[in-house]
Design a protein around this ligand. Sequence first.
Ligand SMILES: [Fe+2]
Ligand SMILES: [Fe+2]
Length: 222
Amino acid sequence: MGQKIKPECFVDFLLFARDEYTTKHCQTVAVISQKLAADLKFSNNIIEHIVTAAYLHDIGKITWDDTLLKGSNQASSQEWLKIKNHPEIAGRFLYQMLSPVLKEHERLWIALVWVHHWKYVRDDDDYPPPSVIHGTIHPVLSACHLKFEDETWDLVRGVIQVADCFHAAVAERPYHHQKRTTQEALNDLFTKQEEKNRKLFHPKVLQCLGDNCRWLEEIIGR
Ligand SMILES: [Fe+2]
Ligand SMILES: [Fe+2]
C-alpha cells in the first residue's frame, strides 16, 4: 500500500462504500490538520504524514454496522465497546497492511491513528489505554514516536485530536439537534478545556484552532 496506493484514495474508497459522512469527516479533519500543522511550523515532511494519518484516523469504523455508523441512537454498552475499539482496529489493520517492513513514516501513521482519541493529559478514560500501546501488544508502536521529543510528540498527536474534536462538534449528525456554527463549536471546545482544567486539548493547538475562526467558517460553510 505504501508504495502503490495513495492512502487518502484508499480511505475514500473504503469509507465511501460504507458511509459518506465518515469519508467527508476524514477529509475535513485532514484539511484542518494540515492548516494547524503548517501554522505550528512543522516541516513539510511531517505535515504530509500528519495529513495522511488524519485521513486514516477513523478507518476502524468500517467494521461498524450501519446503526452505529450513522449514529442516530444513543449507543448501547455493547456498542460503546466497539466505539472504543476503533482506533486499535485501525492501527492493527494498517500494521498488517504495511508489514513486514514498516518505514518510519508508516509507523508514525499507525501511532497517530492509534492514539487519536487520547487527551492532552492522558487519564484512565482514554482509549485504547496507554498501557496497551506501551505494553507487550505492539512493541513496534512504542518506538513509533521516539524520533520526537515528548513535547513535540504531544503537539503532533494534538493536531489530529483537536481537528477531530472540532469537526465532531460542528458536524451535521442526527444527534445534533441543530447545526452548530464554527464559533459555537469553538466555544464548545474552549469551554470543555476550561471545565477539564486545561487537560483535554493541547493548549497551543487549541489556540491555533481558535485563531483560524474565519478560515474554519469558510471550510465548514457557517
Ligand atoms: Fe475516532
Ligand atoms: Fe474522527
